[in-house]
Structure formats: C-alpha cells, structure tokens
Design a binder for this molecule. Sequence first.
Ligand SMILES: C[S@@+](CC[C@H](N)C(=O)[O-])C[C@H]1O[C@@H](n2cnc3c(N)ncnc32)[C@H](O)[C@@H]1O
Ligand code: SF4
Length: 461
Amino acid sequence: MTPVKVASPNLGTIDRVLKHDGRAPRYTSYPTAVQFSAEVGPGEYGDWLAGLSHDTAVSLYVHVPFCTRLCWYCGCNTRVVNRPEPVGEYVRYLLREVELVARKLDGRRSASALHLGGGTPNTLTVDELQAVFRALGRAFSFADDMEIAAELDPASLTRSWVEAAGALGLNRASLGVQTLDSKVQAAVNRTETFEQIEECVAALREIRVRSLNLDLMYGLPHQTTQSVLDTIDAVLKFRPERLALFGYAHVPWMKSHQKLIAEAALPGPAERLDQALTAGEKLVREGYVPIGLDHFALPDDELARAKANHRLRRNFQGYTTDSAKTLIGFGASAIGAMPEGYVQNHTQELPWRQAIDRGEAPIARGVAITDDDRFRAEIIERLMCDFAVDLEAVAGRHHSRSISELDEALSRLRPFLEDQFISIEGRRIEVLPSGRPLVRSISACFDAYLQPDALRHSRAV
Ligand SMILES: C[S@@+](CC[C@H](N)C(=O)[O-])C[C@H]1O[C@@H](n2cnc3c(N)ncnc32)[C@H](O)[C@@H]1O
Ligand code: SF4
C-alpha cells in the first residue's frame, strides 16, 4: 500500500465548523426515533397495513441481530452468539412474523427492494436464509428488477453463503471494513486482514453483485488522517461502486460496550473533521461522487445517478435510491415506514417473541406523522440529499402549509449564513461546500422537536 500525502483543509475552516458543531440527529427519518412512543402500537400498525393500497410497491427490511464478534465501537442492535440455537429460534419467529404481517395485509403486495441488515445477516445458515426468502416470497411478489442487498461481515462470510445468496437473487452487498490499521483494530476489538476482504470481494464479484459497498470509519481510537488514507488506498484496489465513510458515533451512555474504548485515544473534533475532509477529497480525486453526508459512489452507480437527478432519498439504511413510500420491517428492533407514520418493533427479543406468540404485530413504539411533519421532513430530506432546498417548491407540494411557519427555522439558520456555510437566495437555501460537514446541524434548524440540549445524539461532525 502506498501512502499518499494529501493537503489538509485549512485550519480556519476547521475552527469555523467546530464553532457550529452541535449534536444533531442523522435524520434517517423525520420525526426521528426519539419522538417514537407507545402511543402507536400494534393496533395502529394493523390498521395502517390493512389500509395499504393494493398497487403500492413496498420495500422490505429484515433485521438479523447477531454477530460472531463484538466490535467495541458498534452502535447497531446486535449481540454475540456462538451457538446455532438462538439464531434458529429467532428465524422461526421471524417466519411467523412474516406470516402474521401478510395476514394483516390482506393480499400479496409487490416488493421492490429487500434489505438484510444487522448485526450480521451472514450469521444465518444457508438453510435459514432460504427459509426467510421462501416466507417473504409467499407473502410478497418479488419484482423482476428487485434490489436485494445484505450487510456482511468479512470475518464470518463464506463462499458457500455468498453462492447461496446469489442464487436467491442477492445483487447488492455491503462489507464492513472500517479500518485496516492494526493498532486501531486492536483498540476496537476487530481484526481482519486485507486478504480476508479480498476473498469476500472476489466471491461477491463472482455472483455479479451489481453494486458493492465497503463501510469505512473515521474517528476511531488511535486513528489518524494518514491511517484513514492508507485504508482507502488499500481498498481502492477493489474499485467498489460505493464507499461509506462513517464518523464513529461515541454514545457510551446508550451502548455500554463502547466504555471499553479508551476515550483518551479518540481523535479530537478537529482531527475527526480533518480525517473526514481529507478522506473525502481523496475519494473525489479518485473519481468518486460524494453523496450526501457520508457516502461516495462511482459516477455510473445508481446512487450517483439518483443524486444527479435529485432522486436521492434518505431512509433508515442511510442514502438510497429506493422511492417506495412504505417500508415493512421484520425482526427485533426493525423500523417500518408507512404513509401514516413510523413504527418500531420491540428491540429486545423476548417481548418481540411474546407479541408474535399472542398473534400481534410486535410493535413497541412509533409515531403518527402530521402534515407539518411531512412538510419539514421533505425540507430536511432535500437538505441531507441535495445540500439545497427550494422552500417555495416544497411548500407548493404541501397545500396545508405556508412558508411563514418556517420563520423560526430561518432565524436559527442566521449564524450559518453569517459564517458563509449556507447561502439564501429568495427562498432557496444552499449548503455551501464548507458547510457540508454541518448539514445535520443545518437541517436541525427545521426540526420542530429538537431541544437545545439534544445530547442524546452523537457529535454532528
Ligand atoms: C451492520 S454493520 C455492517 C456489517 C457487519 N456487521 C460488519 O460489521 O462487517 C453496519 C455498519 O455500521 C457502522 N457502524 C457501526 N457502529 C458505528 C458507530 N458507533 N458509529 C458509526 N458507524 C458505526 C460500521 O461501519 C458498520 O460496518
Ligand atoms: S460492527 Fe458489525 S460485526 Fe461488529 S458488532 Fe457491529 S454489527 Fe457486529
């Protein structure tokens, strides 16, 4: 691997960005999960499912909350299993959940996308994976060009698993890489070699996945800008269609295993920002198109094309081309999106199973969305996806709303305007390149629920 020297962004930019660094949500939904409550439960979800129009194509999400290792930085809903029984038991309930939802749907719907997330979906055995596909295939008709994606851990991925998934239609894959720096790997309890990743990529290329994503991270303990660049240099050999570059979200008050990470070894805010900006500049020089906050894609990948056509969307999996308005989630902690609102399954497996035993949709919480939520959600989604929004045009699509309701949001934006992180021309707001790392904080100005002490969220930059 050849280290590349890249000029760091100037310190003035870093200082100005940090002055504005609040703590803001990632806006994978609006309202965000913090607003979910028990006011929305299985009854409401049942009504929403029953009311889904028959010509609505739906997206499907299946959560697999198991891993074969515990990475100390992990913020996902997962646990380590070393025996097959808990996974087998979980899959049996998953199949029942699919049947239960199918009954409430009253008729087979067409599915345009299926995403297997986790945790690590490749902890399922091939038989279990096939059983999940069979159950979903009974409940939904899979569209011919359906996007079928899975998040995979190279440490436990086998060639036979990839081949079986390919036979089931897997056409997108996302491999976790994070870092190839052995000192950083040791500090987060996740070791993997370049050769392991190379083998996984080769297997996935053989089944002709049409888009391969690699997850990378910055802001991990002992990580430096140079070590992020070295990892990028190494993985560019695979020319993945997509790369995600996630800033480590340190929330030990929510994820207690993150306490195992030595806080003193974490890069400070200025170093984090330097890592993100320098890595992003490098990927752009290598021909990748920056997508929103933390993704990069080759120009002919669907994500880059969606960005160019202003069709990029944001959902619980991050940036997506999926335009379905309905997402049905299966598995503990899975989130669903319906035209009427959001729902989340019980996070813990026991109550999730007990609800299924009662013949109930295992919904723990959710939120019904109002016209005002829809209005603000579209503004926030456009800012997060396009770094620009035309308020007049959005208001034109939400007849019950008026731009005058945004006066408070516009006054919250003033500091960003004064520091030239955004420009406002008429009713069009544009996030300028120097303000892009702040897009979460800028979007938060339109969030009617956000309290000034929003410390439950991780650092926005
Ligand atoms: C479900 S995992 C990916 C698949 C597989 N489990 C693996 O780790 O290889 C989802 C991704 O979320 C990212 N991630 C996990 N915890 C994070 C955190 N605390 N902050 C930022 N990104 C995180 C990592 O990049 C990880 O690859
Ligand atoms: S990063 Fe992936 S493999 Fe590691 S604990 Fe989280 S979900 Fe599991």
